[in-house]
Design a protein around this ligand. Structure first.
Ligand code: ATP
Ligand code: MG
Length: 448
């Protein structure tokens, strides 16, 4: 035998611990988390609810690669954005020198895929995705370097009705999850021409207050002044509060669209707050933008954000088509659920198989296979380095598993072609014998 850490053959008779130095433990990268059981059950619970809900709104799943050509994000998100300026994990393909990036968000990828596969040739498409995103940010509560988003995108639809539908979809998700502590903020960014006029006045205003701007803001003053309104620096709040409001520059068409969205939210009893400073971090938005915000997660309070992006498809090389979408941060939503005490039950198997003798294993595996095929979840006791362990320790494990039934494959039982089924959690301790031969026949009682 060779030790994989040192490649030195083990010398018989010498204790291995002396010969092989312990390997340095390896750890995950900072800001990138392992999601372990039992917490992973909450992820699955959330994902199940999302899948069910998306199906009811007829949004279909799309899966795009995690690595994309860097220009997709530079072109899609805009060069003067937090993500493109400082947050992307970019690297060079070592074979052909191509610039690649771990996706920091998925809208650009969804649009690329829609264009590449001509998905809009026969009309609009409603899509959703879930998966990991990567941003090189300072890790803190609610902010990680690998995090997860669930997103919905409606491509090819122009009206405020689809803006409202996609916002209502998010509201329905909060309801489904039992989340109540959120508020909806909305704004309209108008159209590029309206933004140009606003931009000129905004720059004039900000120049008058240049001494109060921070470094980021000063740098963006002439490249992307709108983004300054999105600042997270509290020292800038008063400057930003007094800035010209984009809403005041909107023409009748943009205002109509905004009124349409508002009316449909009102018709559905959805309260919202107009936040004239809501501009969002990406360049691709126009008209409606929105965020779902909570006060219970400190400064990382935005749980879901999105808006309309009618120019992105053309920007990525497709035939111009309108679109609207949102993305939610899974970690933040789960954290908020925890804050609100919404804790989905940890999963437990229906039954735990107790196996006193290893010789019984062939029979045990066969019976359990049949039970599982019949829809029963069963955890099988298996030997650790010390063997199977006593009946007492096996019962302890059965209890810890949360199973409602113990299946005891004892020698006496097996000799009679049977096993004992014991109630573990109703306090009765009731036992009954069942035949090994036809597990499917008595399986239903274990699921009850
Ligand atoms: P923030 O202003 O908090 O940086 P953002 O505007 O960069 O957010 P979006 O790109 O709109 O965020 O992403 C949508 C959602 O994804 C956010 O509202 C948030 O819930 C989540 N999110 C974004 N960045 C992170 C991150 N680094 N870690 C965890 N969740 C994140
Ligand atoms: Mg960000």
């Amino acid at each position: 035998m060779t030790d994989p850490n040192t490649k030195r053959p083990n010398v018989p008779g010498t204790p291995q611990a002396e010969k092989t130095p312990k390997a340095q433990p390896l750890t995950a990268l900072k800001g990138m988390n392992d999601i372990l059981p039992p917490a992973s059950a909450q992820w699955e619970w959330l994902e199940d609810r999302v899948r069910g809900l998306m199906a009811r709104y007829a949004y279909r799943n799309i899966r795009t690669p995690i690595v994309e050509p860097t220009p997709l994000f530079v072109r899609g998100l805009g060069e003067v954005t937090d993500i493109v300026e400082k947050e992307m994990y970019s690297f060079e393909d070592r074979l052909n020198g191509e610039q690649l990036t771990l996706r920091p968000e998925a809208t650009a990828s969804v649009v690329r895929a829609a264009v590449e596969h001509s998905m809009l040739y026969d009309g609009g498409k409603r899509l959703y995705y879930l998966g990991p995103m990567f941003r090189h940010e300072r890790p803190q509560r609610g902010r990680y370097r690998q995090f997860h988003q669930i997103g919905a995108e409606a491509l090819g639809f122009a009206g405020p009705d689809v803006d409202a539908e996609i916002i209502l979809l998010a509201c329905a998700l909060w309801r489904e999850l039992g989340l109540s502590d959120w508020r909806l903020e909305i704004n309209s960014l108008g159209q590029p021409e309206e933004r140009r006029q606003h931009r000129a006045e905004l720059i004039t205003y900000l120049e008058q207050h240049a001494d109060r701007l921070d470094e980021d803001a000063r740098r963006r003053l002439h490249t992307n002044p709108l983004r300054i309104l999105d600042t997270k620096n509290p020292a800038l709040q008063s400057v930003v509060d007094g800035a010209p409001r984009l809403l005041d520059f909107l023409g009748p068409e943009s205002l109509d669209h905004f009124e349409g969205v508002k009316a449909m939210l009102e018709a559905n009893g959805i309260a919202y707050r107009i936040n004239p400073r809501l501009v969002r971090g990406m360049d691709y938005y126009n008209l409606t933008v929105f965020e779902f915000v909570t006060d219970r997660l400190g400064s990382q309070g935005t749980i879901c954000a999105g808006g309309r992006y009618d120019y992105l498809i053309a920007q990525i090389g497709g035939k111009p088509a309108p679109a609207v979408g949102w993305a939610l941060g899974v970690e933040r939503v789960l954290e908020l659920l925890k804050e609100q005490g919404v804790a989905p039950q940890a999963p437990a198997p229906d039954a735990y198989a107790i196996v006193p003798e290893a010789a019984a294993m062939p029979q045990v595996l066969r019976v359990l296979q049949e039970l599982r095929a019949a829809g029963v979840s069963v955890q099988m006791h298996a030997a650790g380095p010390e063997g199977l362990g006593s009946m007492k320790s096996q019962f302890k494990k059965a209890d810890a598993s949360g199973a409602r039934w113990g299946l005891i494959f004892g020698g006496d039982e097996l000799a009679a072609g049977e096993l004992t089924v014991k109630a573990l959690r109703d306090g009765s301790g009731a036992q009954q014998r069942q035949p090994l031969a036809d597990a499917a026949a008595w399986a239903p009682m274990l699921r009850a």
